[in-house]
Ligand binder design. Structure first.
Ligand code: PLP
Length: 394
């Protein structure tokens, strides 16, 4: 029987991050959870704020036909009004109006909708490597080619000169993710301004329009650095947001796409986003959680637990001589493997029950990602194994 071979391949090849997590779960069942140090997944380890439960309980008082019914495709109007007002308070008057927001099933849906909204077959979309591996799947499914551009190898900021070289007449979009998964870097306002200059210069030279897709599920998780508001720096921006990490709700699937009013293609893009959501069959974002995020959009994320984990992990690994990129946001530590082959390094780590993710999964060699959205005890108790691993290379 003929089936869609591309989707067969996506399904059969699986995500290596999820495979490591599945191995971790099986290993925990064999030798006890306390003996396996699984740093593979980006599942938040802190509970949702109390306000989430309170909001759910309030909504459950509504008549079921009201609570569980379809909502408008873009989301309930009062919800979008509340979210837009919150964005205006945070980033300035006229940052967003209700009609600029399209509620989605999380950043994954926001991104695939955005790609479908802007690309035509044969277009190219630039990603900054290392990058979240699902970008490639969503870009290719939208009919475009995924073009990898390495970040600056020292700072892991965007290498804007490399982006300049990679832009072609077919470049339709550049995806940026700050705070970054897997590196934990936050792109500075200066770096983003340099990127904006490059994109404007290339647009002018080629007579094309290049969109900046800002993937921001980690916006609320930063450690004392400012996370610049991208639409204030580059006009053709789409913002893809999610509450998976900020409110610890990854399984509930809720987020949004913003077409900022300053985007020169705003009116057509709003329709293209709605059309992409429609053609992909999303119908509407989960109704209950639309109400929850309206209630909780101003509740601060609890970054304290991640701050404590980050400090314990960086202190421990630096004492052992590991080289890593100081994380400014998100909950990942990007650590240099102790040999050029990150997969070989991972195998040695795995033998000591340490489960980071090799960097090859993210489009670059020689590093591993440690997700520190785990319990504090996991970090502290893993240190003897990290020590043994370092000693095995002496
Ligand atoms: N983008 C990045 C960089 C992520 O790390 C993730 C999830 O881990 C997503 C998008 C998808 O997030 P969501 O759960 O909101 O779909």
């Amino acid at each position: 029987m003929t089936i869609n071979e591309k989707n067969y391949a996506y399904g059969a090849s699986k995500s290596s991050i999820r495979e490591i997590a599945a191995y971790g779960a099986a290993r925990k069942a064999q030798i006890g959870a306390e003996n396996v140090f699984d740093f593979s997944l980006g599942n938040p380890s802190i509970p949702s704020p109390d306000a989430v439960r309170e909001s759910i309980e309030r909504s459950l008082q509504l008549p079921p036909t009201q609570l569980h019914s379809y909502t408008p495709a873009a989301g309930l109007t009062f919800v979008r009004e509340k979210l837009a007002a919150s964005l205006c308070r945070r980033y300035g008057e006229n940052t967003a109006a209700a009609d600029d927001l399209y509620l989605t099933c999380g950043a994954a849906a926001s991104l695939s909708i955005s790609f479908h909204a802007v690309v035509n077959p044969g277009d190219e979309v630039i990603v900054i490597a290392p990058y979240f591996p699902e970008y490639r799947v969503w870009i290719e499914t939208a009919g475009a080619t995924c073009i990898e551009v390495m970040a600056d190898s020292e700072t892991f900021q965007i290498d804007t000169e490399a982006v300049r070289v990679a832009v072609t007449p077919r470049t339709k979009a550049v995806v940026i993710n700050s705070p970054n998964n897997p590196v934990g870097s936050v792109y500075s306002a200066q770096n983003l301004a340099a990127l904006a200059d490059v994109l404007h210069e290339r647009e002018d030279a080629l007579g094309t329009a290049i969109y900046l897709v800002a993937d921001e599920p980690y916006r609320e998780i930063s450690y004392g650095v400012e996370v610049p508001w991208v639409p204030a720096i580059y006009d053709r921006t789409l913002v893809c947001y999610s509450y998976s990490k900020s409110l610890s709700l990854p399984g509930e699937r809720i987020g949004w796409v913003l077409v900022p009013p300053t985007n020169p293609d705003h009116d057509r893009l709003v329709y293209a986003i709605a059309g992409a959501g429609r053609s992909l069959g999303f119908v509407c974002a989960p109704a209950l959680f639309q109400r929850v995020v309206a209630d909780c959009c101003d509740v601060p994320s609890d970054v304290e637990a991640y701050t404590r984990n980050r400090e314990a992990l960086t202190r421990g690994l630096s004492e052992l001589g590991y080289h890593y990129i100081e994380p400014q946001g998100a909950f990942y530590l990007w650590v240099k493997a102790l040999e050029p082959d990150a997969n070989a390094f991972f195998e040695r780590a795995k033998a000591l029950e340490l489960l980071p993710v090799p960097s090859d999964s993210f489009g670059c060699t020689g590093w591993v990602r440690i997700g520190y959205c785990v319990s504090y005890e996991t970090i502290v108790n893993s240190m003897p194994a990290w020590k043994k691993l370092a000693e095995s290379y002496k």
